[in-house]
Design a protein around this ligand. Structure first.
Ligand SMILES: N[C@@H](CCC(=O)N[C@@H](CS)C(=O)NCC(=O)O)C(=O)O
Length: 260
């Protein structure tokens, strides 16, 4: 915990404990609460924004520990590796629990604070689609979007002029034969689903929507999904971005540029 926070609590408690009727027990209780408070280890411009959104929807008290990407490499600072060995965001700490991987975090938080709603009951109709889309977002949709990002970088990389035709040629070949058709296929699949369902698991919002929000809003922000190309996805993104909890999370999370 930050030194200043301890100091503030200590000073506050010294004042409180000087008043008649108060005891040190209160100090211990507050220390315990602060120590075990749910913490989101939040990297700017990252997937952890969606965890803040879920926590706002759940109405759970939490604190944010901010981490800044390296301006040049865009990587997370090494400090994050002290919390989880991979040093990726999001990571959530809840008492002695350390949770990584957005889908697992969403399932953990939804189960703990919103079971039956944000995480559907196992025997409900919503459970199977919830589980499917929770995994689909990072397991199937994100990989081709990340490949596109990588090959776009390859194409814009500064290389000697005589190498450029080679790097461009390879990037274009992979994009045309694999990445672009895959992305097209995925977007059409999601569009079809949202033309028949209000939310991913049916007619009520669940953790699967939180998980799917990141690739979809990033694709809208990049112009890969438009109101004309995929009207249902576009409208879906517009609708969840208008939610009060989403806006509250955005205000708390700081910098978020909707990039992958
Ligand atoms: N599948 C993981 C991906 C985590 C991930 O790659 N996070 C990115 C931020 S969006 C990150 O930490 N990037 C910084 C880095 O790799 O150093 C999840 O959903 O939690």
């Amino acid at each position: 915990m930050e030194k200043s926070l301890w100091l503030r609590i200590l000073l506050q408690q010294l004042t409180v404990n000087c008043k008649p009727g108060y005891s040190g027990v209160k100090l211990l209780t507050i220390q315990h609460t602060v120590k075990t408070m749910l913490t989101v280890h939040h990297l700017n411009n990252s997937r952890s924004q969606r965890i803040l959104w879920l926590l706002e929807e759940l109405g759970v008290e939490y604190k944010i520990k901010f981490y800044a990407r390296d301006a040049k490499t865009q990587l997370a600072p090494d400090e994050l590796k002290k919390i989880h060995p991979l040093g990726k965001s999001p990571v959530v700490t809840d008492g002695s629990e350390v949770l990584a991987e957005s889908g697992a975090i969403i399932d953990y938080l939804g189960y703990k604070y919103g079971y039956g709603e944000w995480v559907p009951r196992r025997n409900s109709k919503k459970y199977k689609p919830y589980m499917y889309w929770l995994h689909y977002a990072e397991g199937s949709l994100m990989p081709p979007l990340l490949l596109k990002l990588v090959f776009d970088k390859v194409k814009s990389a500064k290389v000697p002029f005589f190498i450029k035709p080679v790097t461009h040629g390879i990037a274009n070949k992979v994009m045309d034969s694999f990445v672009t058709p895959n992305i097209k296929n995925h977007f059409a699949f999601v569009e079809q689903h949202l033309s028949e369902n209000t939310y991913f698991a049916g007619d009520e919002i669940t953790g699967a929507d939180i998980q799917m929000s990141f690739p979809l809003e990033a694709s809208v922000a990049k112009g890969a999904i438009t109101a004309v190309s995929h009207p249902h996805i576009y409208q879906y993104v517009d609708d969840f971005q208008a939610r009060e909890a989403y806006k509250a999370a955005l205000a708390k999370g700081g910098e978020y540029d909707y990039s992958i």
